[in-house]
Design a protein around this ligand. Sequence first.
Ligand SMILES: [Zn+2]
Length: 413
Amino acid sequence: MKQIQFSFEINKKIPDALGRAGVIHTPHGDIQTPAFMVVGTYGKVRLLSASQFHNIGAQGMISNGFHLSQIADEIDGAGGLYSYSGYNCPTITDSGGFQVMSLGSGLGKVVSMDKRDIAKEQFKAENKKRLARVSEEGVYFKRSEDSDEELITPEYSMEFQHKVGGDIIMAFDELTSIGDSKEYNEEALNRTYKWGLRCLEKHEKLSFDRRDKPYQALYGVLQGAHYQDLREKAAHDLGALGFDGYGLGGAFEKEHLPDILFWCNSILPEDKPRHLLGLSKPDDIFVGVENGCDTFDCVAPTREARHAKVYTLDGDINLRNAKFKNDFMPLFEGCQCPTCKSNHTREEIRGLLKNEGAVKTEKQMISDRLLGMELITTHNVFFIVNLTNQIRQSILDGNYFNFRDEWLSRYYH
Ligand SMILES: [Zn+2]
């Protein structure tokens, strides 16, 4: 077996809470936690170049293992995701479980939802044919209604994640839908446990076969929806299996998030890092941190940037709003991101997105719009990365709760 070049150290804990500041050591560098991992679905972050990625202090990227599976050999040949991406940072891939299960299930891309969103998602689910079905062997799925059925198994997930070469890879799990019964969740949880064992076995074999490659850490993924007994069972069972770390996943209502994380993380081994999958609203990050999560990811900062939503300490703004016409302020006064430091104004970026004013060719309009989105993407990702950095510092300074209360009361007024 190759040498394990992966470890986690805790620097300081939040008093009377599960939260901690630490460092995850990977073969491709350290991640100072709590940390936000930027989403680069296809191995690149949309509208964020490698140099901007480093300028804003991003520490790592999470990519979609399922989407990359189709070019896994190419990535392997390029030396893994670290080199292929050009970002040269620690990387994570997910197992594909989330993607195949959300095909047509109406789950969309949002994991934790409020009640209104859930009703919407359920309506969509009922009106859309489900394209995935689960068996003990794995998940059968179709990429579209007309395409052939394919099978993804825990072993196959390990194979493509090893080829893609992320520093942290995820065990294949079954994501249940928000409408599934407790009985179904229990059945799915048992399956996820058995799949976890199969992932560990395959991972061990692949780590041996590919011992000339850098070590990849395997995280077990906890499901169990919002049921305390199921979440605790998942934490006990998977916690005993010796994974390198843990991913916390599932579909549930946002109000259950603090409890779910507390149930899981108070049982999971303390010395293993934990990744909260797919959540990065600022309030979710605070809840995640104080309930023992170390790393975070979410498409929101980049996706919302493409819809002109700008994050600021006083709450989010939408640049499409007419009130930002003739507003010559930066996206946020005092922001240290490359966009704001280069004196780009709200008026200017709004103009790029809206194509107002001078007559432009279609080509100019597209390139302007992309530039506008790029400037906001840089700002939004910096905002979230910087927030997690500040949270880390507040833990180290023994000042976490004061920092949290001040920050949240300003952001949410
Ligand atoms: Zn900025």
